[in-house]
Design a protein around this ligand. Structure first.
Ligand SMILES: [Zn+2]
Length: 231
């Protein structure tokens, strides 16, 4: 039932599209005492609080639910991630890249065809992650641009639970599984990184280069100022 609600609402708050939301009974639950998917919508913390206080009317929530923000735009509203520290660790299917920003300000963790698909950059006090996941058809599934996370709502299911983002193309078909650790880095346990005619697949135990038929696991690159993993 929750998936049905997420799909109907475009995987975000129906008012503003934020990927961080709660399931909310549009009509007070104490009056209905039932869980019907059609009566439940997605609201972010702000819009949930506004509704609870009466600053956002039920009628406006119902209207937003009928025409959710993300369904109108095709993408989620951007959500800003927060990273900090003097090092960053990127884990990709049992392979790890550790970077020290005292050595250089840019950490290219995964590079495909010369393009950094996973990159951390230190600008002043800010630690910024950029990451792209494109599907086999070349369509953008997820984009994080300098910490600003945005996903296409074309995927079958998208869920941000705790610090983990999971994007599915169908039942048992995970397109991306990413865990964000703001003080440490990012862990990708599943993902498809397509770039040109290259496709790198990340599975929990390995990283697989489909073009060259190369499988890589348990590799560690530490303190490398250039590219960590390049294909
Ligand atoms: Zn909202």
């Amino acid at each position: 039932m929750k998936r049905e609600i997420r799909q109907r609402c475009g995987f975000g708050c129906v008012v503003c599209g934020l990927p961080l939301y709660e399931y909310e009974h549009m009509i007070e639950w104490s009056k209905t005492k039932r869980h019907v998917a059609d009566e439940i919508t997605l609201l972010c913390n702000l819009h949930h609080a506004e509704k609870t206080r009466g600053l956002l009317s039920v009628a406006d929530v119902v209207r937003a639910n009928e025409n959710p923000k993300n369904l109108r735009s095709g993408d989620s509203a951007p959500y800003d991630l927060h990273f900090s520290g003097e090092t960053c660790l990127v884990s990709m299917g049992s392979n790890q890249a550790l970077h020290l920003f005292s050595q250089s300000l840019v950490a290219n963790a995964l590079v495909i065809d010369g393009f950094p698909v996973i990159k951390f950059e230190k600008i002043g006090d800010h630690l910024l992650l950029s990451l792209r996941i494109d599907g086999r058809d070349g369509k953008r599934i997820l984009e994080i641009d300098n910490n600003e996370l945005k996903y296409s709502i074309d995927s079958w299911d998208i869920e941000l639970v705790g610090t983990s983002l999971t994007i599915r193309g169908g039942l048992r078909k995970i397109l991306a599984e990413i865990k964000f650790d703001p003080a440490k880095g990012v862990t990708i346990s599943r993902g498809i990184f397509a770039r040109g005619d290259h496709l790198i697949r990340v599975e929990p135990d390995y990283l697989f280069d489909e073009k060259r038929n190369v499988r890589m696991s348990n590799a560690f690159v530490g303190g490398c100022p250039g590219w960590a993993f390049a294909f």
